[in-house]
Write a protein that binds this ligand. Sequence first.
Ligand code: 13P
Ligand code: SF4
Length: 301
Amino acid sequence: MSVIEEIKKLKKEKNAVILAHYYVPAEVQQIADYIGDSFYLSRVAVDLDAQLIVFCGVGFMGESAKILSPHKTVLMPAADADCPMAHMADVETIQKVRAEYDDLAVVCYINSTAELKKYSDVCVTSSNAVKIVKALPQKNIFFIPDRNLAHHIAEQVPEKHFIYNEGFCPTHERMEEDEILEQKALHPEAEVLAHPECNQGVLKHADYIGSTKGIIQYATASEKEEFIICTEEGVGYELKRQNPEKQFYYPKSVPVCPNMKKVTLDKVLHVLQTGENEVHVDAELREKTKLPLERMLQLAK
Ligand code: 13P
Ligand code: SF4
């Protein structure tokens, strides 16, 4: 039996559901029951009846699914797939900023550790951040950990005062303005679609800025035939699947998230066979962390 056949057989036997982020390798997306951006996957994990979830993504994704659905078993095929940005803020700074401003909301990008979420008022993803920040009653927003997403939201919500944190995604940050200009010169008809984790030099050339799902939806709905994609190359699988006739170009230093690429078919099969790499979140941490996550689900409706 091939690895794929074995995965399918075990999935059925164990009544498991496989969730995959758009950045994991194409062959893993192909065997997933649900593929999506971080927000979509966090909602699916809650709504599913299945008790066993195999989460093909990075640590904070499986952790958030477990926090929101404590009675489900969440298995991570790659236990060491960790998003470096998730650690780029600290509790001391949150407490310092809280002491400085009284009318403050700490807004935490879902790409963060449970420990950071615990000290935050609400979580957001790139697909709902603007809507949620607009809806908050507080004037001052301390946005952690990503400075690029924070600046992007601040531009769209000028009525709020932002305090920035210096976190960033190494995969998106690496893309340079020059590379975008180079691609634009090579493909003058192409539209530039960028993830808000990109730096300002890249974002200022974007025709559309949004989540991975937003980028795929935009390209699919657009009448244009060519696109310069400024996000992790894994989105290419779904972009091409939905738009086989369109052309997608990437900056020369093609963005690859090494952690998302740790998820392989062999590892998916291994966790289904063994039940290893189960996500555990201790009860006290979960109680405090579920509040900002649940608030996100509520405010994003
Ligand atoms: P999305 O929420 O757009 O899927 O982004 C997740 C992520 O990790 C981006 O680097
Ligand atoms: Fe984290 Fe960046 Fe990888 Fe997304 S692409 S999981 S933000 S390192």
